[in-house]
Write a protein that binds this ligand. Structure first.
Ligand code: M6R
Length: 614
């Protein structure tokens, strides 16, 4: 979703802002813009519909000088993607420019009041009210910019991360946030602001994450001042970002998604480092040690997440119920937050999020916390809002995920959930020694087995060519592989725009079987596990109706060659760890089908990487 970048220092701001916008492209957007204050104190604002490269072409012959500026990529919510609705928005005097990520819920009300006061609006956005409100309050109260921003933000309801530039305060950027992310980078005589640290790390590793309802007053040559909406000055410790610039680049791969699929063995090793100790036959998660009592005594676990993270949550349910004997509910955060959900002090909530910024998940956490639940976060983005809102948790440590379609984060989440189930099951004495030791040994083998699956890349690329024609797909699996079916279908639909449905295989005969004919590709996850024979029966039912079967099978299984049209053989593993192996061919298949169809794999239409609005 919308990306924010700002710079103030002694360098030319424009190249830094453009590079920053490119680093944020992965978030998803449909228009871009920049505002710069030049040495003559002229405020130049340029905006275009489309990509950051379109903006670059547009400004090629324009004045882009200035050592202070703000820039934005917009993901449309209020008003279609066009030049007028793109940010920065400007006050009527043309003195103030503003960029915004989030949604102002009471914008219609505020707009009406400002129109009555004679203020003209140009766009359909909710954002524009903020810039007019700031200017109106500046004049009405004859006050300074910081106070006007403070007053304006006290009147808005909703989510925001904003940055403000003012001709009358040429050496200042004012930035603020509530429920949308914002980070400030501190360099040598220069400051940066951004939606996440990726546009900043190239210049400085020193950052400060703003908290909700906080404003940063960033002045050239001065220390940053942080103040909240109640006018109380806030102190922040500077943090160090552990992000390597190489992680933000494609490293020779055609797309970030492919790079991230191929990174999975290394990511899983990283995720288990210092946690899974094969030599000593144990798994240690610091959160389980520190909060053992709270976790062991949980009467119920509620897993909250969205999208792919919700799918890994389903696998978590199977793991935690099996090995910890705790009832687990898996909820869409967006549904949970608007239900009168029954949550109490004996509940542990596990919130799963790659970005750590998903608005629905964050709101659901706050709700559960207010009702007394203990919150355990499983996140990737270090320092993001969700880990800061939880009582404890475990990072998945898979590195930045840039492709909009989540791949390595899914594997990291499943790995953390498996480690959590092991550590907690051991503490509760609900897992047998045999299972515990076997799973530890096998977790250590997973990266190597993933490497083997990745060797199937060419084979899967060829298979993808055959199915580029398809208009629909069905994915079927049972047990631990049912969430894999859901995830396979989600991957395909989001990047190739082919309609795909995931189902528990046995559920097919309760409806979806009506869809099966000789044009319907059906993907089965049919590995050698306790439910194998059942899945084979479901496969026969599809075969009888001439469906085209692609089966993910265990190495050496020859039984399915006669039933399935295409078989993809993957290494055998323990049933509870199968999702770590069987998801990879589905990720590769979705990737190659989307490439064959000429789609923008890393930035699919309408999607955002970080869903910071509800
Ligand atoms: O950052 P989160 O894990 O909270 O994001 C949740 C979903 O938005 C995300 O998984 C989405 O479904 C992906 N595009 C799936 O590939």
């Amino acid at each position: 979703m919308c990306g924010i970048v700002g710079y103030i220092g002694n360098k030319n701001a424009y190249p830094i802002l453009i590079k920053g916008l490119k680093r944020l492209e992965y978030r998803g957007y449909d228009s871009a813009g920049v505002a710069l204050l030049n040495s003559k104190n002229e405020l130049n604002i340029y905006k275009t519909k489309g990509k950051v490269s379109d903006l670059e072409n547009f400004v090629a012959d324009k004045d882009c000088s200035g050592t202070v500026g703000i820039a934005h990529t917009r993901w449309a919510t209020h008003g279609e993607p066009n030049k007028i609705n793109a940010h920065p928005h400007c006050s009527n005097s043309k003195n103030i420019a503003l960029i915004h990520n989030g949604i102002i819920e009471n914008y219609a009300d505020l707009k009406e009041k400002l129109i009555q006061k004679g203020i003209e609006f140009k766009s359909d956005t909710d954002t524009e009210i903020i810039v007019h409100l700031i200017e109106y309050l500046l004049q009405k109260h004859n006050t300074n910019l910081l106070s006007a921003v403070q007053l304006a933000l006290s009147s808005v309801v909703g989510a925001y991360a904003i940055a403000v530039l003012d001709k009358n305060n040429p050496d200042t950027i004012i930035a603020a946030r509530k429920s949308s992310p914002l980070v400030v980078g501190i360099g040598e005589d220069e400051f940066f602001i951004a939606s996440d640290a990726s546009p900043i790390v190239e210049y400085t590793k020193k950052v400060i994450y703003l908290d909700n309802e906080e404003i940063a007053c960033i002045r050239r040559g001065e220390e940053i001042k942080f103040i909240n909406l109640k006018n109380i000055e806030v102190q922040h410790e500077i943090q160090e970002v552990l992000l390597d610039i190489g992680q933000l680049e494609k490293g020779g791969y055609a797309h970030f998604m492919l790079k991230e699929i191929f990174e999975q063995p290394a990511c899983i090793n990283n995720c288990m480092k210092g946690r899974v100790n094969v030599a000593h036959d144990n798994i240690k998660l610091s959160a389980v040690i520190d909060y053992q009592e709270k976790l062991v005594n949980a009467k119920r676990i509620i897993i909250l997440a969205c999208g792919t993270s919700w799918h890994s949550g389903l696998i978590g349910k199977y793991l935690l119920e099996t090995y910890c004997q705790i009832p687990v509910e898996v909820e869409y955060a967006s549904e949970f937050r608007y239900r009168n959900s029954v949550v109490g002090e004996n509940d542990v909530v596990i919130a799963i999020s790659q970005s750590g910024e998903t608005a629905d998940t964050l709101a659901a956490i706050e709700l559960a916390k207010a009702k007394g639940a203990f919150i355990f976060g499983i996140c990737n983005a270090v320092g993001s809002s969700i880990p800061r809102a939880t009582h404890t948790g475990a990072y998945i440590h898979v590195g930045p995920e840039i492709g909009v379609a989540s791949t390595k984060a899914f594997s990291g989440q499943v790995t953390v959930l498996a480690m959590l189930a092991m550590a907690l099951g051991r503490s509760k004495n609900t897992i047998s020694e045999k299972d515990y030791f076997e799973i530890i040994q096998e977790l250590a083998n997973i990266p190597q087995k993933m490497e083997k699956v990745l060797q199937l890349n060419e084979e899967i690329a060829d298979l993808a060519k055959i199915f580029t024609y398809a208009k629909n797909f069905i994915y079927l699996g049972r047990g631990y592989c049912f969430p894999v079916a859901l995830e396979g279908a989600l991957k395909l639909k989001e990047i190739s725009y082919i309609h795909a449905e995931g189902y528990p295989a046995a559920e097919m005969k309760h409806g979806p079987i009506a869809l099966i004919d000789d044009e319907m590709p059906v993907v089965f996850i049919a590995t050698n596990n306790a439910l194998y024979e059942k899945v084979v029966s479901n496969m026969q039912e599809v075969k009888a109706r001439k469906g085209r079967i692609i089966a993910i099978i265990s190495e050496g299984d020859t039984k399915l060659n006669d039933i399935a049209d295409f078989c993809i053989e993957v290494p055998q593993t323990l049933e509870c760890l199968e999702p770590l192996i069987t998801t990879i061919p589905l990720q590769l298949m979705a990737y190659h089908i989307a490439v064959c169809k000429g789609k923008n794999v890393d930035q699919p239409r309408n999607l955002a990487k970080s869903v910071t609005v509800e």
